[in-house]
Design a protein around this ligand. Structure first.
Ligand SMILES: Cc1ncc(COP(=O)(O)O)c(C=O)c1O
Length: 388
């Protein structure tokens, strides 16, 4: 008889893995499903980035095991990018570590910080890997509700004393998935004081810093004085450069944390395929002007969704960043009931807010990774449903 470890009792299949099966069944039944679920950019990176990957694939050295620490040139490119984009100086040898996508680093970070019974402070709703990584390390999750009244920011003062004492890290993510909220630098200042007072490491997750609208420029946690003494920032090429399938990201900041994560990773994985690293260097160091048009495309899509929601009488705040709109669930439905109705009757998949944590109940997440025409059609289909 095979026995699966008890900790697995708390680990359901990744929400989007389960949903993609459901959508595949609907499609097999002949339904033209418009999937507004996952935030996987449908647009492609420019050819110069793909060419860098292709060129490297022809080099014999690329077929060997890559370095555990990432190519020195990639670490340098990350440091240069942080200097140019955020005016943050990083030591590429000690304060930068490339990741196999930031999800991998986020999950492994719990092995660095969490002993059994330790607490991780996790935003609710939030990106699921913060909590699941904690549970895989036999840690406990304390959910910090993100409420509309607070601009979807956690209330640090509301975290009880005994929880603070057992907490080893706090996860924050602005621009925020799933709510689309943004945070001012003053929030990071508050967070650093909280971290210092309670000996809690800050894990700032910033993959949407460069998917922004209406002229908004997102900050980095590391721009704030004292940040690298208390924490790290995760970043990713997935959303910034339309490279989600490449699996490349980075963690930067506190060198003690990064050294420990390097030890975990070097025992678990063996780095990133060299051509992917070469492509990542091209993305980080090459011409960035294409991002303006890319963001204009997303902004147009956002406007299509906002107009559709308004026409349907569904309330939502127009996000200044991220790939998501976070409308309120119409009265009379739970998030899941509404999203299942929309899937079954309109062939549109939108994620129920509670998939991101209990405080996501009452909301829905619409992803912008679909063309404006298809988004328009999706909003029309929803509007034509009999749900009012
Ligand atoms: C908030 C947040 N963090 C991290 C990730 C992981 O991105 P990746 O592993 O592709 O770098 C995502 C992806 O959706 C995300 O939304």
């Amino acid at each position: 008889m095979i026995r699966i470890a008890k900790r697995m009792d708390n680990i359901p299949p990744y929400i989007f893995a389960a949903v993609s099966k459901k959508i595949a069944v609907k499609r097999a039944e002949g339904m033209d499903v418009i999937n507004l679920g996952i935030g996987s950019p449908d647009l492609t990176p420019p050819q110069f980035i793909v060419d860098a990957l292709k060129g490297a694939a022809d080099e014999a050295i690329s077929h060997r095991y890559p370095s555990y620490f990432g190519l020195p040139e990639l670490r340098q490119a990350v440091a240069d990018w942080y200097a140019g984009r955020f005016d943050v100086t990083l030591d590429p040898a000690r304060e930068v570590l490339p990741l196999i996508g930031s999800k991998e680093g986020i999950a492994h970070m719990a092995q660095v910080l969490i002993d059994p019974g330790d607490v991780a402070l996790v935003p609710d709703p939030g990106y699921p890997t913060y909590s699941k990584g904690t549970l895989l390390a036999n840690g406990e999750v304390y959910y910090m509700p993100l409420q509309k009244e607070n601009g979807f920011m956690p209330d640090l003062d509301a975290i009880p004393e005994d929880v603070r004492r057992r907490a080893r890290c706090i996860w924050v993510n602005y621009p925020n998935n799933p709510t689309g909220a943004i945070a001012p630098l003053s929030f990071f200042e508050e967070l650093i004081v909280f971290a210092q007072e309670n000996d809690i490491a800050v894990m700032a997750d910033n993959p949407y810093s460069d998917v922004t609208y209406d002229g908004y420029v997102a900050p980095s946690f590391l721009q704030v004085e004292g940040a690298r003494e208390v924490g790290v920032e995760f970043h990713s090429l997935s959303k910034t450069y339309n490279m989600a399938g490449w699996r490349v990201g980075m963690v930067v900041g506190n060198e003690t944390i990064i050294e420990a994560l390097t030890r975990v990773k070097s025992n678990v994985d063996t780095g990133i395929f060299r051509p992917v690293q070469i492509g990542a260097i091209a993305a980080l160091t090459g011409d960035q002007s294409w991002l303006v048009e890319r963001n204009a495309t997303y902004q147009e899509r956002r406007d299509v969704v906002m107009a559709g929601l308004e026409a349907a009488g569904i309330s939502a705040t127009s996000p200044k960043a991220t790939l998501y709109v976070w409308p309120e669930t119409p009265a009379g439905y739970t998030s899941e009931e509404f999203s299942m109705k929309v899937l079954n009757e309109a062939g549109v998949w939108i994620t129920p807010g509670n998939a991101f944590g209990p405080s996501g109940e009452g909301f829905l997440r619409i992803s912008l990774c679909t063309t404006a025409d298809r988004l328009r059609e999706a909003m029309e289909r929803i509007n034509n449903l009999d749900w009012k």
